[in-house]
Design a protein around this ligand. Structure first.
Ligand code: SF4
Length: 322
């Protein structure tokens, strides 16, 4: 544990631009040559192997850094005490070895839903198994930075904000999301999870507000995967429909009228153009706009909430990290 605790104090991966001054790097002195090697010294130190060693190399001496020695388990933070600590964590279900692949994490204003305008910490987890035509976060499909559970919680706590949104990508594709959700809830955070609805929400729903995004036909990802999750929703959860066309609106309206909803929070959102989306989405078809959508909701007496993406109004549609 001692070694692992030390490592967690080092700069987080997002703090780029800082030199790596970790003790391990300094101590081993890898790639550092105090004296340029000469041909004679290379030969004297033993043929081809010696060609890579500095002239004053002596294994184990202060002048001769152990260039070719493997680091010990202790140096890797994996000594006996670390191993016992890890076993203890596994037994208690809080393994340090849990990792999250994070696309981005930032502090901003919630732009959607019933908490629009409230400051949030946004944690965008990498990876998604869908490819919606209008997706505006395709940069989160792959790549990212690994965080341990402790590092991620520490980063979230560093903002001093008690509202957290786990989004993506699809946040429920990462195995540790249920544990992260529970730990954050136990620490007093109000956790929201934005999901495309196809992943099972049963493990997270007791600890988080769910925002279930039901895919409309215009997304080209309308597969009905949300149905198994509908009975699990709570009155505080939200259901969202992204409208790309008049056909999408009619489809959502009919579904809203047919289904029994466990929550009153049904949100309609007009899709925005997203040039980097999988469908290179150019914006809603049929010339529909916010005014059209507002008038349709009123004409159909639909009991929903029309929402705009406030963060895009404030910072523009292309701005990331807001
Ligand atoms: S909009 Fe669709 S493709 Fe993009 S992250 Fe959400 S579910 Fe995945």
């Amino acid at each position: 544990m001692k070694g692992l605790a030390k490592r967690s104090l080092q700069p987080l991966p997002f703090e780029k631009g800082k030199p790596d001054e970790s003790p391990g790097r300094k101590a081993t002195g890898l790639r550092v040559r105090s004296t340029p090697p000469t041909h004679a010294s290379r030969v004297a130190k033993g043929g081809k192997q010696g060609l890579r060693r500095p002239a004053n190399f002596q294994r184990g001496s202060p002048q001769g850094p152990p260039l070719h020695r493997r680091p010990s388990l202790q140096e890797c933070g994996l000594g006996l005490s670390s191993f016992l600590g890890w076993l203890k964590q596994v037994a208690s279900g809080t393994s340090t070895f849990m990792r999250f692949l994070v696309s981005e994490i930032f502090h901003s204003i919630q732009g959607e839903g019933t908490l629009t305008g409230v400051p949030f910490v946004f944690v965008r987890l990498s990876g998604c198994n869908l490819r919606c035509t209008y997706c505006d976060t395709s940069y989160a499909f792959k790549g990212g930075t690994f965080f341990s559970l402790q590092e991620l919680i520490a980063k979230i706590e560093s903002y001093g904000c008690k509202q957290v949104l786990l989004t993506g990508g699809e946040p429920l594709m990462q195995r540790g999301t249920p544990e992260l959700t529970q730990r954050l809830a136990e620490l007093g955070f109000l956790v929201s999870i934005e999901t495309h609805g196809e992943a099972d929400i049963s493990q997270v729903t007791p600890f988080a507000r769910i925002i279930l995004d039901i895919k409309t036909p215009g997304s080209k990802m309308q597969r009905g995967g949300y149905k198994k999750n509908l009975p699990l929703l709570k009155p505080t959860d939200e259901v969202k429909f992204v409208i790309t066309s008049s056909e999408d609106y009619a489809w959502a309206r009919d579904l809203i009228r047919q289904e029994t909803w466990p929550t009153p929070h049904l949100l309609l959102s007009l899709a925005n153009a997203a040039k980097n989306s999988p469908g290179a989405f150019q914006g809603p078809t049929d010339s529909i706009d916010l005014k059209w959508l507002a008038e349709k909701i009123l004409a159909d007496a639909l009991n929903v909430r029309l929402q705009v993406q406030l963060h895009k109004l404030i910072w523009g549609a292309e701005q990331r990290g807001v």
